[in-house]
Ligand binder design. Structure first.
Ligand SMILES: *Cc1c(COP(=O)(O)O)cnc(C)c1O
Length: 435
């Protein structure tokens, strides 16, 4: 029933930017109160809306319905098994960057292995072996050395490898420097000018099958023109490769479509449509099977990090709100100076004045902040707040810094709550250590 609903045409009007709304002055994720979730599961807690994730996935399916395509969700954005299974059941493929991520796909839905693309600049022999044996769709190869290693492993196992070169189109995408990847100064991909010669050489190996061309210019990209420019260069290369006699089947446009982390209205359906239009322009009339690798756009806004205020303290003129979540749980503000909306679970009444504060965690480091000089509701110790848009690159980048157990994760479906990952214990933390 649920899946049926998600499969119906999604109109802009039915897609809210976020599944987090106030009901009776309490913040809810779909039909579940965040106050209840905190009581039942403790804090810090990652909360995800399953219908929001499905909706976002279906937006891509709809926008590209007129051409052969596979949406290969980028696992590194959020690799929770429960979320991977949700997407696999709707027909998603996956973009992986490690042997660990490959194992996650095997665990949730074996048939999805044949829709896996393997990205990454430093693949190891054991990872390549595992992916060859799993018969994944294609390896996105990022260097000539990797191509040689792939040929050697394919020969050793007697399994022919389908590959795409990840080309670097030298296109500038306006985003944070840490997540921009499409310029020749970056470590990613192979210079598009040398690609043709490399395909020619690779085609001589009977263990390598030239199968596609891939590109990925970065993450959190809000303008769609750079995607069109990059893809136009890739499409021109594909035409040359076909002319050279290679049977190129796939064009992989990568991921990177950005969301709006602010509280401005955001029309996700419209954004995906603009993206599809840009890609279609870049592809001209090429009918290759299109691969897409969205990560953030699918999961970011479906998730929030729920945390409790421990202390409110004043140092001189500054106010600090100290929460039980910290940079080890969500590192994006510290790492990328990323903005996350922070809202109280109990909705303030109209007349309550905001305070201006730094919202920080308890980790012993001044980089441990979620927001600085932010206007926020006048919260008190014990109050709950939610950091919005934390579904992507939140839990996957969490660590045990300061020997802090990582948060639990729950998946909400209407009024049903499923524990997706239990809270780590101190015993979990110490288990691998040797005395
Ligand atoms: C990280 C990554 C993605 C996903 O990027 P998003 O910004 O989350 O959409 C896709 N493809 C590759 C190769 C990546 O490295």
């Amino acid at each position: 029933m649920k899946t049926k609903k998600a499969l119906n045409k999604i109109s802009a009007a039915t897609v809210a930017a976020r599944p987090f709304v106030y009901r009776n002055r309490i913040l809810h994720c779909d039909g579940v109160s965040l106050a209840t979730l905190a009581e039942d599961h403790g804090t810090p807690l990652y909360v995800y809306s399953s219908s929001q994730i499905s909706q976002r996935f279906q937006l891509f399916q709809q926008a590209f319905a007129s051409r052969p395509h596979t949406v290969c969700y980028a696992v590194k954005a959020n690799s929770s098994l429960a979320i991977l299974r949700l997407l696999a059941r709707q027909g998603a493929g996956f973009d992986i960057v490690s042997g660990g991520e490959l194992e996650r796909i095997r665990r949730v839905h074996k048939p999805a292995l044949k829709k896996v693309v393997f990205s990454g600049v430093g693949k190891q022999a054991w990872e390549i072996d595992a992916a060859l044996k799993a018969d994944i769709l294609q390896f996105n190869v990022e260097s000539e050395m990797e191509l040689d290693l792939l040929a050697a492993r394919a020969q050793a196992l007697g399994i022919r490898a389908r590959f795409a070169l990840r080309v670097n189109p030298d296109v500038f995408a306006e985003t944070h420097p840490y997540i921009s990847t499409g310029l020749s100064e970056h470590k990613f991909g192979i210079d598009i000018k040398s690609a043709r010669a490399i395909y020619r050489r690779a085609a001589k190996s009977k263990w390598l099958e030239p199968y596609g061309v891939s590109v990925h210019i970065g993450s959190q990209i809000r303008k769609v023109d750079p995607f069109a420019a990059a893809l136009a260069r890739v499409t021109a290369l594909v035409a040359q490769l076909r002319h050279d006699g290679h049977d190129i089947r796939t064009i992989d446009a990568g991921g990177g479509l950005g969301i709006d982390y602010s509280d401005a209205p955001f029309d996700a359906a419209h954004q995906v449509d603009r993206y599809a239009t840009a890609l279609t322009k870049g592809l001209a009339d090429d009918r290759a099977h299109l691969l897409l690798e969205p990560g953030r756009f699918i999961v970011a806004q479906a998730g929030a990090l729920l945390t409790r205020v421990l202390v409110v303290k004043k140092n001189g003129s500054k106010t600090f709100v100290i929460t039980d979540a910290a940079m080890n749980d969500l590192i994006r503000p510290a790492l990328y100076h990323a903005h996350h909306e922070i809202i109280p679970v109990r909705q303030p009444t109209g007349k309550a004045a905001n305070i201006t504060a730094d919202i920080v965690g308890p980790v012993c480091e001044s980089g441990d902040f979620f927001a600085r000089d932010r206007a926020i509701a006048n919260v008190k110790p014990g109050d709950l707040v939610a950091l919005l848009d934390a579904g992507a690159y939140g839990m996957t980048q969490a660590s045990n810094y300061n020997s802090r157990p990582r948060p639990a994760e729950v998946l909400v479906e209407d009024t049903k709550v499923t524990l997706a990952r239990r809270r780590e214990t101190i015993r979990d933390l110490l288990a691998p250590e040797v005395l």
